[in-house]
Design a protein around this ligand. Structure first.
Ligand code: OXD
Ligand code: MN
Length: 592
């Protein structure tokens, strides 16, 4: 093997780390190995290199200081659930909602593909920390990747470099992640998780959740597996704090499927009438939660940045996101204007008269294709967010008072309801359905069951995952109340029944007030529903109490159909379904 140049400073004597990097280096045979330290100087140097190599394009620095642009291969624009595997000894452990492969065979196949795959390339060693330094919930990972784009994204999305090595010390407890781009060929694309070994191998992709291994792979799939073993929860949830004019802050976690508005909700600015109310963002995508000594559920955000969907992001839908992405941001697969600014469908202002689309083709407003890919993204550091919670680095996390589930549903689900208790809440979370979005390949618009918004992210048998949820109740003296929301209900003419965005504060206030036992609700077959007078509509011009009633209405016929649709999930999981879920279903049937 060629003698490799060692760049960056290795900076660790941890024998387990050194041994693994050596083994993978011998396998992948890169020309160079670069140890990332996470410093500002390193970021600058790597960015210059990425521009020279064509991986990044420097955007208009007057308009977007520190911002860069990337296009992924057109065959590689979203998470690929069909190529994502959980590799456990028994297929039953992965369960019927995951693709499964035997670990030995899959590892042999992937390592075979990785052999010599980095010849002529650089292997970047990316040490990263998920979660605040010093937190009992935090985890260290090492991603070995041949993509400079991955390094620069991981530098935003995680606490990368020295801080992770310091946290790890001499321990051999870290996630091993290998990422080889290969020839970015969908035929040779595999995102594989080996939970028993705390190992991830991703090959053949260079985009988003497939390759930023700290995010979906470690923080959710491996995380959920470890959480069950160790008595905590890894969830696809935003975390936010609601501060009242009296200075009381109530923390809420919410699970919505991908591209259903978690980032918008987490960064919401309350409407003008809500003087003195303030939303603080703790996280926009993932929550790690553990019972605290006070008997409450405490949550940390394992990430340090936002990998958000660009289309539809504007000053109305998410002003804080617009501020967060104004500097030091990487844009991927959006459109480019002639003055090197970015554009996407739904951005503020008129569309540019001319642009270059996400595939590098000339685009005008008359073009039939979209300028930005529907799953185009921004990668922005959380420190850019004007509403970033001061608690984001608190190693103890924040105490959660409410958990909210939600999906994108044109019918059936009312704007909001509160479940009767934790067990009922688990049932409601387990049966979440949502219309599919562009965040994953395939099925756009179809309603699919997405339990707890974790269908693509649960690293083990979904039936056991539900059991773990029921079990967690036992370690909580003060469990969060559980709610369901639907911002996406439409009337017969296809118009949204609720204005959404910042106006969701009105619903959130009711939720917070319920947590403090100071809001009214009516008992219905679904749970506790606010009356139209229980939600503050002041200043919401042109929106009447009758409209709110429509958004809150429950149609028993629609619910009969919904129950039948839910059956599909129950049949798929019948082998491992906890009986509590069947009881809850029976209770709902009898109430209806
Ligand atoms: C994401 C997703 O990128 O859920 O967060 O797809
Ligand atoms: Mn997500």
């Amino acid at each position: 093997m060629k003698i490799m140049a060692m760049l960056g400073t290795c900076n660790t004597n941890n024998p387990a780390v050194l041994a693994w990097v050596k083994e993978m280096t011998e396998l992948c045979q890169p020309d160079r190995v670069f140890w990332c330290d996470g410093s500002a100087a390193e970021k600058e140097a790597l960015t210059v290199q990425a521009v020279e190599q064509g991986a990044l394009l420097k955007l208009n620095q007057d308009k977007l200081p520190g911002c860069y642009y990337h296009r992924s291969h057109p065959n590689d624009v979203a998470r690929v659930e069909q190529c994502t595997y959980i590799c456990t000894e028994s297929e039953d452990e992965a369960g019927p909602t995951n693709n499964w492969a035997a670990p030995k065979e899959m590892k042999a196949k992937l390592l075979g593909m990785a052999r010599g795959a980095m010849k002529g390339r650089t292997l970047y060693v990316i040490p990263y920390l998920m979660g605040p330094a010093g937190s009992p919930l935090s985890k260290v990972g090492f991603e070995l990747s041949d993509s400079i784009y991955v390094v620069l994204n991981m530098g935003i999305m995680t606490r990368m470099g020295r801080i992770a090595l310091d946290e790890l010390g001499d321990s051999d407890e870290f996630n091993r992640g290998l990422h080889c781009m290969l020839d970015v060929n969908p035929e040779r694309r595999y995102i594989c998780h080996f939970p028993h070994e705390n190992l991830i191998i991703s090959v053949g992709s260079a985009y988003g959740g497939n390759v930023l291994l700290g995010k979906k792979c470690l923080a959710l799939r491996i995380g959920s597996y470890l959480g069950r073993k160790q008595g905590w929860m890894a969830e696809h949830m935003l975390i936010l704090g609601v501060e009242s004019p009296a200075g009381e802050t109530t923390y809420v976690a919410a699970a919505f499927p991908s591209a259903c508005g978690k980032t918008n909700f987490a960064m919401m600015i309350p409407p003008e009438q809500f003087k003195g109310w303030k939303i603080w963002t703790v996280g926009d995508d993932i929550a790690w939660m553990k019972p605290g000594p006070d008997g409450r559920l405490h949550a940390v955000n394992p990430e340090a940045g936002y990998f958000g969907v660009a289309p539809g992001t504007n000053l109305k839908s998410n002003p804080n996101a617009m501020r967060s992405i104004a500097r030091n941001t990487i844009y991927t697969n959006v459109a480019l204007t002639p003055d090197l600014d970015v554009w996407w469908e739904g951005k503020d202002g008129e569309p540019p008269a001319q642009a270059t689309d996400w595939q590098g083709r000339p685009w005008t407003p008359a073009s039939k294709d979209k300028a930005a890919h529907p799953n185009s993204r921004f990668t922005a550091p959380m420190v850019n967010n004007p509403a970033l919670s001061p608690e984001v680095n608190n190693p103890h996390g924040v105490p959660i008072s409410a958990i909210i589930f939600g999906g994108r549903r044109a019918t059936t689900f009312p704007l909001v309801f509160e479940t009767f208790n934790w067990q009922h809440g688990v049932f409601v979370g387990a049966t979440v359905g949502s219309e599919m979005t562009a965040a994953a390949v395939g099925g756009l618009g179809q309603v699919r069951r997405d339990p707890m918004a974790m269908l693509p992210f649960c690293g083990y048998n979904m039936g056991d995952y539900f059991r773990h949820w029921f079990h967690m109740r036992k370690s909580l003296k003060f469990p969060p109340r559980i709610f369901h929301v639907n911002w996406f209900r439409k009337d017969a003419s296809g118009q949204f029944l609720w204005p959404g965005f910042g106006e969701n504060m009105r619903v959130l206030k009711w939720i917070v007030d319920r947590c403090h036992a100071r809001a009214n609700a009516t008992e219905t077959p679904l749970g506790w529903v606010p009356g139209s007078r229980d939600i503050d509509l002041s200043g919401l011009d042109g929106f009447s109490a009758e409209q709110l009633e429509k958004a809150l209405a429950i149609d028993v016929e629609e619910w009969r159909r919904e129950l039948l649709m839910q059956e599909e999930l129950f049949l798929k999981l019948h082998h491992s379904l906890p009986k509590e879920l069947l009881f809850q279903r029976e209770l709902l049937v009898s109430r209806l």
